[in-house]
Design a protein around this ligand. Structure first.
Ligand code: SAH
Length: 258
C-alpha cells in the first residue's frame, strides 16, 4: 500500500512549489490535481507513464475513492492543491476517509496566496509597533462563519487581514471594516492571480474606492484582499525599525555595537 501526499503547489507560478513537492511529483505513480490552477506543476514534473487526473468534476467520495485505489498500486500518490493545503483546502474531509481505509498520508506545505500577494506588491504583513498579527480569514459565503469570527469582529483588532474567497463579496468586506472603525482612507490591496506569470494584477485603493477599481479591472475571482495598517510602508519616511537589526540591541548571535 502506497502513501498519499497532499502537496501544496503554491499560488500559481509553477516555480513556487517546494523542492520536496516537486520531488514527490517526479516520483509519483498517480497525481490528482485540483483544477486548472495547479495543472502546470503536475504536467511539468510528472514522470512518463504517471496517471494524472483533474478533480474539478469529482465529488468528495470520488476523490477519496480515486486516491485509495491509486494507493493500492503506487508507492507515491500526490494530491496537488493550490497554495498551502492547510488553508481552505478541505484537507481533513479527504484525510478522514483515507485514515479509515488504512492509507498512510503526508502533507507538504506550500506558499499560500496570502504570502504571494504580499510579495507581488512588495508589502510586509507585520511591521514593528504598527501590527504584529495576521489574520487569515474569509467572509461567509455558502460556508457560514463560526461565532465570533465575523470580519467585523476580527477587524476590530486593526491588525493585518488577509481575506480569501471573498472578492465577489468585496462590498461586504468594505462594510465590515467600516463597522469595525477603519477609516474611509484606510489602504486596501487586492491582488488577482498573484505570481501567475503575465496574469497578475495589483490593485491598490482605499475603503472608499477599492470596489470601483476592482470593477474597472474586472476582478471577479482568484483574488486576495489584504487590509493592513502596514500597507504602503515601503514609502514611509519614518519607520520603527525591527529590534533584530538594531545596532544597540544584543541577542544570541550578535553583541550590541554601542
Ligand atoms: N490553499 C490556498 C487557498 C485556497 S482558497 C492558499 O493557501 O492560497 C482559494 C482562494 O485563495 C481564492 O478565492 C483566493 O482568495 C485565493 N487565491 C488562490 N490563489 C490565488 C492567487 N494566485 N492570487 C490571489 N488569490 C489567490
Amino acid at each position: 500500500m502506497g502513501k498519499v501526499w497532499f502537496v501544496g503547489a503554491g499560488p500559481g507560478d509553477p516555480d513556487l512549489i517546494t523542492v520536496k513537492g516537486r520531488d514527490l511529483i517526479a516520483g509519483a505513480g498517480a497525481i490528482l490535481f485540483a483544477g486548472s490552477l495547479v495543472s502546470e506543476a503536475a504536467m511539468r514534473w510528472a514522470p512518463a507513464g504517471c496517471v494524472i487526473a483533474d478533480s474539478k468534476d469529482m465529488a468528495l467520495a470520488e476523490i477519496t475513492a480515486w486516491l485509495v485505489e491509486q494507493a493500492q498500486t503506487n508507492a507515491i500518490v500526490v494530491r496537488l492543491q493550490t497554495g498551502d493545503p492547510a488553508l481552505f483546502g478541505a484537507l481533513i474531509e479527504v484525510t478522514q476517509p483515507l485514515d479509515a481505509a488504512g492509507v498512510d498520508v503526508g502533507v507538504v506545505p506550500g506558499v499560500s496566496s496570502a504570502m504571494a500577494a504580499a510579495a507581488a506588491a512588495v508589502e510586509t504583513l507585520t511591521l514593528p509597533e504598527v501590527t504584529q498579527t495576521v489574520i487569515l480569514t474569509r467572509v461567509a459565503g455558502r460556508t457560514p462563519m463560526p461565532a465570533g469570527e465575523s470580519l467585523q469582529e476580527l477587524a476590530q483588532h486593526h491588525c493585518t487581514l488577509c481575506v480569501f474567497l471573498s472578492i465577489t463579496l468585496l462590498q461586504q468586506v468594505v462594510e465590515d471594516l467600516r463597522a469595525a472603525g477603519w477609516r474611509d482612507d484606510a489602504a486596501i490591496l487586492v491582488v488577482h492571480k498573484a505570481s501567475w506569470p503575465g496574469e497578475e494584477k495589483i490593485i491598490r485603493g482605499t475603503l472608499t474606492d477599492i470596489r470601483d477599481k476592482c470593477r474597472a479591472e474586472k476582478i471577479a475571482s482568484q483574488a486576495m484582499i489584504i487590509a493592513s495598517p502596514a500597507l504602503g510602508a515601503r514609502h514611509w519616511p519614518q519607520l520603527k525599525k525591527s529590534k533584530l537589526y538594531d545596532a544597540t540591541f544584543t541577542h544570541r548571535f550578535r553583541r550590541a555595537s554601542e
